[in-house]
Design a protein around this ligand. Structure first.
Ligand code: CP
Length: 311
């Protein structure tokens, strides 16, 4: 196996060497995706089940496309309409699905730890597609891959992650991955949305956005996750935007070539102004495009397929 683990539960502890293997593999698949026929036989005979217990647009479609582009057989499961509504447990559900001969499982769940739990009870390789406020490793991989493509390097880039850090699985995966790659990571958000002790992960913490944005190469804006928050973590949406929103006025104060990122979905006019989301500095749609190549790379590297990648 080119990677240390046969699962992708998170980026905690991942090495620079492993991240580089994933990015170089994604380079090969990105080339495949530029061809008129965007399909290779690499995972012929492998079966992947996509288990989504939470809503998703980008991650779900991106994994499904990645699996089809690799010629895997894919099964899509969503909890609504399944026997979970009749009281079947998660453990019984997944063990029954695995009995039908599954090789890889992609899982999104609101409970942190679900992918780790599945990795202990199934023989299939598990890929975390987002578990509660814990990790979203393929999102962080595609974020770093998009920066590598834009700047030609990752080391020593100055990246500011802004917003609801406490409830963000994207922030935690990016902190682990980006610090491994030698990126200079800073965080900014309201004190009520900033977990204690994050500075122990080697990041700098700001509570004043205008001070934080000054010298940054990249601003990665996070969605305000109202569905995960208890009430009263900030006074109002209007005040949040005034203090922590990446507005058109704030964009003027940034470097001319600053890169704006957002994992989506965007709350336009809250954490990010529509004009900024759509401006020339934004690489939001490049992030989405790169998600397919990154997920093809992860699926291939965890599949156990031994063919060399001359495709
Ligand atoms: N970025 C991301 O995870 O988006 P979805 O929730 O649409 O999958």
């Amino acid at each position: 196996m080119p990677l240390k683990s046969r699962h992708l539960i998170g980026l905690e502890g991942i090495s620079k060497e492993e991240l580089e293997i994933i990015f170089k593999t994604a380079d090969i698949f990105k080339e495949v995706l530029q061809r008129p026929i965007k399909k290779v036989p690499t995972l012929t005979g492998k079966t992947v089940v996509n288990l989504f217990f939470e809503p998703s647009t980008r991650t779900r479609i991106s994994f499904e496309l990645a699996e089809r582009r690799l010629s895997a057989d894919t099964i899509n499961f969503s909890s609504s309409g399944s026997s979970i509504s009749k009281g079947e447990t998660l453990k019984d559900t997944v063990r029954n699905i695995e009995a039908m001969k599954i090789d890889l499982v992609v899982v999104r769940h609101s409970s942190p730890g679900t992918p780790l739990f599945l990795s202990k009870i199934l023989n299939a390789s598990i890929i975390n597609a987002g578990d509660g406020a814990h990790e979203h490793p393929t999102q962080a991989l595609l974020d770093m891959y998009s920066l590598r493509e834009k700047f030609g390097r990752l080391e020593k880039l100055k990246v500011l992650i802004v917003g609801d850090i406490s409830h963000s699985r994207v922030a935690l995966s990016n902190i682990y991955g980006m610090t491994s790659m030698g990126i200079n990571v800073s965080l900014c958000g309201p004190a009520t949305l900033m977990p204690r002790e994050l500075d122990k992960l080697g990041v700098k913490i700001y509570y004043n956005l205008d001070e934080a944005i000054k010298d940054k190469d990249v601003i990665l804006v996070l969605r305000i996750q109202l569905e995960r928050q208890k009430k009263g973590l900030f006074p109002s949406i209007r005040e949040y935007r005034n203090c922590f929103g990446i507005t058109k006025e704030r964009l003027q104060k940034l470097k001319d070539d600053v890169v704006i990122m957002h994992p989506g979905p965007i709350n336009r006019g809250v954490e990010l102004d529509g004009d900024v989301a759509d401006c020339k500095n934004s690489i939001i749609l490049e992030q989405v495009e790169n998600g397919v190549a990154i997920r093809m790379a992860v699926l291939y590297l965890l599949s156990g397929v031994e063919s060399s990648l001359t495709i």
